[in-house]
Design a protein around this ligand. Structure first.
Ligand SMILES: Nc1ncnc2c1ncn2[C@@H]1O[C@@H]2COP(=O)(O)O[C@H]2[C@H]1O
Ligand SMILES: [Fe+2]
Length: 268
């Protein structure tokens, strides 16, 4: 719930932390534990109140218990609750045990006075691409019918539209069109937010704001056919859900990127 006197939820999306069990390990030249902590430092420096963190998957890179406990330990420095969904790299069984305490757990639906936030599971076991099952799609319809007077924000790991990188778009949400067609019939839905693509996007589709968010570690360069890393800094997204259904949002990044990746990398 929100503190008394405030109706606009302030949410922070952190995504694709790709943590390892070992604090020494790097992904393509970036120590993901250190970059995660640097992003948390940046969040701590902001004056904004935080009502919840939304962690949109690929929390772990190696599916070790200690990678998930590193996430839990890091996020525990904030009092706000953190809700997570799995990404293609995650093991939901380990998440269910390691990321489960009063302020950190899986969530499907968060209800605020003027908004509801839905968190969908787009993971397909052993595959990099995503898919939303019939039950996930039905859940969206039911949730909107349950609270027809509230605006609705939907989060998932995978991108429902191609972002313009051919190598990456093969791994998108396979039924993205079906998903967006459904949302377009639900006027309560104001925005869709995802991770996975390690880059920023902000576009409108049939009145719905489509937003993607940088990773807290490596970034992918937009509009590249082949795997290409970007030099822009790790970051996160602030989302403020306004009473009138508008989404006030910004991406905040580390200054003077201290986490330069190995630009010669061809993949992972
Ligand atoms: N060179 C590559 N070509 C295609 N896919 C890749 C390449 N390198 C990595 N990937 C996959 O693409 C995924 C995109 O983001 P993820 O972090 O989910 O994990 C990545 C890998 O599973
Ligand atoms: Fe991913």
């Amino acid at each position: 719930m929100l503190p008394e006197g405030r109706v606009c939820p302030q949410l922070l999306q952190i995504t694709d932390t790709h943590l390892f069990g070992s604090p020494e390990k790097s992904l393509l030249g970036v120590n993901t534990r250190d970059s995660f902590h640097a992003v948390l430092d940046l969040i701590e420096q902001q004056p904004a109140e935080i009502d919840a963190f939304l962690a949109t998957g690929d929390i772990s890179q190696d599916d070790s218990i200690s990678s998930y406990s590193a996430f839990a330990h890091g996020i525990a420095r904030f009092a706000a609750p953190c809700y997570w969904i799995p990404g293609n790299h995650d093991d939901p069984r380990i998440m269910a045990t390691e990321l489960d305490n009063p302020t950190l757990h899986a969530a499907k639906q968060i209800v605020y006075p003027k908004w509801q936030v839905l968190l969908l599971d787009s993971q397909v076991k052993k595959h990099t691409y995503g898919f939303l099952s019939e039950s996930q799609l039905l859940f969206v319809e039911k949730a909107v019918a349950e609270y027809p007077d509230r605006h609705c924000l939907v989060l998932l790991h995978h991108n429902p539209i191609p972002v313009g990188c051919r190598w990456l778009d093969q791994h998108q949400l396979k039924n993205g069109s079906q998903f967006l067609d459904l949302l377009s019939r639900l006027p309560q839905v104001k925005g869709v937010v995802w991770g996975h693509v390690h880059q920023t996007l902000d576009r409108m589709h049939n009145g719905i704001r489509l937003l993607s968010t940088p990773s807290t570690c490596i970034q992918f360069k937009p509009n590249c056919d082949q795997f290409t890393l970007d030099t822009v800094a790790p970051g996160y997204r602030r989302l403020t859900l306004l009473d009138d259904g508008e989404i006030d949002t910004e991406v905040l990044r580390l200054k003077d990127n201290p986490f330069a990746p190995n630009l010669a990398s061809k993949g992972y």
